[in-house]
Write a protein that binds this ligand. Structure first.
Ligand code: KG4
Ligand code: ZN
Length: 390
């Protein structure tokens, strides 16, 4: 089955087309088309994602990204006659009443092409910035009724988890259950237990800042650009390579708490007070980045180790933008060596940060597992704080 997927929860606008077959827990996935535009540069001057700008940019870029993904997938067939009736155009204008320009762009584009052979549309429903989510959902609904294709609403965090089912180097991945998932992104830090596919039990989560958020804030404190994660990670890596003793040490919040919750705002504040009023040299920034990252890694590894000891799982799944971090990836590879019965699943670096391929993969798993839900045509809305649910 071919799935078109759309992701607009934060500052990445993405559209992909995947071809998937096989069982939900071990699908065979091929990416036919993938178009992604990162707005990071535009948000840089705000030091973080500015919701209205994100929404405007999603609306501006979605039609061209849709066209790019469709043509990459060789699904564009030009139509000699206009393919939209006045009634269909009016319906699109009504659906996209708040996005006039996007409506016009889509009407021009859809009017020139024939309905592509796509079986379902998967779109991020939440969690994320609601105005941004709405743009993607409105486009999914528009394509859904114009082409008469069912829509599958997807939880973005489920997308991060299920992204590991797609491995560009392997035809298929088999995910053994039960599984433990650690999600670390800009908005989330949580440990989730999965007894089976699409079943989620939240074991613990951050009580304040998410790990990615802490990276971004620490970067900002040191006048480094947004998003801070990759920049701080690169400085930490540089410092580690130099290999000098680091006199900076930051706290490991909640490391000894008897649960699976996290807290990173204290670590962020410790960095803030630690560097307060000091003019940091480039070398000092590297030291701070290294010490900060060491604290993060130690907490993540410690809590995950506790959970692996308590719940006898067969897989450890890592997901979310922070998993693009090489140092963190290596630390988890080392951790699972102590648990020979556990297989580690990590998305590739490109698939760790936000993308629409993971939304397509989750769409396939949902379509295969709960076919009746995929029939839901338009009766759903954006949910900014959507939780994982079975
Ligand atoms: O999953 P994601 O792309 O978006 C959300 O759903 O939030 O995660 C984005 C977060 C940002 O906070 C970014 O700074 C962080 O992931 N990030 C990293 C790295 N690459 C991205 N953090 C640490 N090291 C990295 N290499
Ligand atoms: Zn994400």
């Amino acid at each position: 089955m071919k799935i078109l997927s759309i992701e607009t929860s934060c500052d990445e606008t993405a559209v992909s087309i995947i071809k998937a077959s096989g069982k939900a827990e071990s699908p065979i996935i091929k990416v036919l088309g993938n178009a992604l535009f990162s707005q990071a540069k535009l948000h840089e001057k705000f030091g973080g994602v500015y919701p209205n700008l994100a929404k405007r940019e999603h609306a501006r870029n979605l039609p061209r990204l849709l066209h790019k993904a469709l043509s990459e997938a060789k699904l564009i067939r030009k139509s000699k006659l206009p393919s939209l009736s006045p009634k269909e155009k009016a319906r699109i204008e009504k659906e996209l009443i708040r996005e006039n320009q996007m409506a016009d762009d889509l009407i021009v584009m859809l009017g020139k092409i024939k309905k592509p052979s796509i079986d379902a549309i998967a779109v991020t429903q939440g969690p994320g910035l609601e105005p941004a989510l709405w743009v993607g959902i409105s486009m999914a609904k528009t394509l859904g009724f114009t082409w008469e294709i069912p829509i599958i609403p997807i939880n973005h965090m489920e997308g991060h988890i299920l992204s590991v089912l797609y491995n560009p180097k392997k035809e298929k991945n088999v995910l053994p259950f039960p599984a433990l998932a650690l999600l670390v992104s800009g908005g989330h830090t949580e440990l989730v237990l999965m007894s089976k596919l699409l079943s989620y039990k939240l074991l613990g989560r951050t009580r304040d800042d998410a790990v990615g958020e802490a990276y971004d804030k620490v970067a900002r404190m040191m006048n480094l650009p947004y998003p801070g994660g990759p920049v701080v990670a690169a400085l930490a890596e540089k410092s580690r390579k130099i290999g000098k003793k680091n006199s900076w040490v930051f706290p490991r919040p909640m490391i000894h708490s008897d649960d699976f919750d996290f807290s990173f705002s204290g670590l962020k504040t410790a960095v803030l007070y630690g560097i307060d009023k000091k003019k940091l040299s480039p070398r000092q920034k590297e030291f701070v980045a290294e010490a900060f990252e060491d604290a993060v890694v130690e907490v993540l590894i410690h809590k995950t180790r506790l959970a692996l000891k308590k719940y006898k799982v067969r897989s450890l799944i890592l997901g979310g933008g922070v998993i693009a971090n090489t140092h963190i990836r290596l630390a988890f590879e080392k951790l699972v060596k102590d648990f020979p019965e556990v297989t580690l699943f990590m998305p590739t670096k490109e698939l760790s940060t936000d993308n629409s391929i993971m939304i397509g993969v989750a769409g396939y798993v949902r379509a295969k597992s709960i076919p009746q839900k995929s029939k839901k045509k338009g009766a759903f809305s954006a949910i900014g704080n959507l939780r994982l649910s079975s």
